[in-house]
Design a protein around this ligand. Sequence first.
Ligand code: C2E
Ligand code: MG
Ligand code: MG
Length: 741
Amino acid sequence: MRLDIAQRHGDGLERTGPDGEGRTTGMTMVATSTAGARAADAGPGPGRAEDARLDVAGAAVLRAQRCFADCADAAALAEELVAQAHQAGHQRVLLLHTVARSRHRELEVVAARGDLLLVPGSRLVGTDLPRMTPSAVVELVPGDVRAPRLAVWGSALPGAAPLEVLAAAGGAAWRALTAAAQERAARTELASTELLLSGALRLAGLGEWSWDPVAGVVHLDGRLREMLQVPAGAPDPDLASWRGQIHPDDRGPFTGVEDPAAHAGTSAPYPFRVTLADGQVKTFLGMSVPLGSAVHTEVQGLVLDVSSGDRSTGELVRLAQCDSLTGLANRAVLDVRLAEALEVAAPGRAVALVLLDLDRFKLVNDTLGHQVGDALLRQVAVRLEEAAPAGSTLARLGGDEFVLMVPGVDRPESAAVMAHNLIRRLRAPLLLPGLSEPLVCTSSAGIAVGWEGSSDELFRSADMALYRAKDAGRDRCAVFDSAMRDDARAAHDAEHRVRRALRTDGLRVVWQPIVDLRDDRLVAAEALVRLQDPVEGLMQPSSFVDTAEDTGLIVDVDTWVLQEVLRQLREWRMSGSTMQVSFNVSGKTLEHPSFAHRLAHSVESTGASGASLLAEVTERTLIDLSSTTRASLGELHSIGARVGLDDFGTGYSSLSYLDRFPLAFLKIDMSFVRPLGQTARADAVVQALISLAHAHGMVVTAEGVETELQAKTLRDMGCDRAQGWLFGRPVAAELLTGLPR
Ligand code: C2E
Ligand code: MG
Ligand code: MG
């Protein structure tokens, strides 16, 4: 179904007077459908089938594109709309209008054929609207409250033929429509959820009870009444008699139910026995949770009869509480035990939560298959169980995430010793079925120790510690401390700042001169990014680049910097300068499949010269060299850009990867440059580096040159270029002087 709706000013109907006459303001189009007429034959009232049908119509609600008020030929437009309505399966079009009477004549020709009904818009607002039930509403211009919107509804007037109405409405009429539609949608959703739920309960053979402290009774549903052999017509029991039915040894989970708000609930299933009226003792499996708002809370419980059937109660309880792969406790059980442990924890008797995660488990699954992965998880579970202290709970949350919860811990150090022990045990080679070689799998752990606060907080803290352990190189554990929370908050703030800067043009580029050491002439400049924050002012990369790396935002940052680099390069070219420009490109950026391609395109479209570009990459990028990165570097190469290694000396400081990718230049990090001219050893190392780089045909640039002594030493060693405060700090482009020509 496709229909174009006639309309114009956004607030049309609201401006319509009680008679809707004489104003060229609003027009609304309505289509009555053949489907609607058929449904009307089938039976009165807006039943489920009709609702569904109306909702189908609602889903097809369309775009308002036409304007009757301003069109030259209203009759032609009406004809067009009628034709479209027919095509879409509608019987006829109802035009709810607030249009000047003078234009009615034009429309009456079409109306006379019976294809078009003219109805004053005011009638819709004043009379019919409250009795109509909207079935769907669609916003035409999201967020613009004045813009006309469409509604689809069926008339609920007794005896009236149900109409499917497509209408543009505004202002008060719109608000009334939306409110009614939302209410109905909510009611329908609730009803269907309830239906589904009761169906599911019936299918699963579950009985349901709920304790409402206001009513003072335990409501038992029909199924539970059957299970407990409650005589027909017997009233719902009060709490005391409900509990009285339960075997005295099994009443534990039912304590504290009186106060639903305080009842922590036991979402982990528990078994309980009940002696029935005929004397037989039946075993049930139950679980209960507090439900409701701050004002009114009830306890709701589900009950399964496990007395009969193939499985023993013990087996069923085990199934409900255990992780099926490893037999360890599952999340539900851990949650309950953790909440219980925290309840009785105190300083000196705190709860330790150890989150343990296998390092690179995904690789095992991907390369050796899921069966080996599963076998590994089972063996890990066995090893952890052997090492878990008495009274602790060991659970698997899914995947390779294990948790050890230990109550009664005196200090974080004790928990760290425990975690170390677990990691050490897991490190020992494992023999797995189907593998000829033993497998070594390391793991990382995050530890949080607490005696107040919620389970959630403890989990979050342990998670932060785990992240720290992974970040520090895996195969280790980290204990949560408040600095981690501060770091996490700082990273969060930094992320927010970078996002905002990208959105609001808040990034800047400054340029640091690079000189030729033979004559100290400016030959190139390195583009360094800055963030202009509305609160913090100009920020250095150290406060946001790491976060940008972690979140992947660095791709956008680098892309932005590069556009600026190309723009500046072009400006320098136009002024006759031969300046080269150096820029930093993160491994993540090179890993982005379209980066290099876009760069090549930009170079071409800005008319900049690729040969003047120096791309600085880090050792990490070359060590992790993936095929995408290699392709990106190749693309840089093909536009004439030179690729070089930045910060040499801060990472692995090995030139072994030079064979992996041809590098045009090497930048020696300032940590090597600082001691130059002061110790013979430092001088010897740098001399060797320069010779080695030259032997590979690379141009060598020394970074962080601050003193004349360093510059002289480097010059004597044959270093080609230098960058550092001695020659100039990073500045705005227009402040660079002595541009090369
Ligand atoms: P880098 O690429 O090694 O840049 C050189 C850094 O050393 C710059 O710091 C510069 O201001 C500083 N520096 C230069 N000469 C001296 C000196 O004589 N003494 C001292 N103490 N420092 C000097 P900055 O601007 O803070 O940049 C830090 C790092 O941030 C850069 O190190 C680079 O790794 C990264 N970075 C900067 N801009 C970008 C960018 O656009 N993209 C990416 N991915 N990283 C960038
Ligand atoms: Mg650099
Ligand atoms: Mg550097």
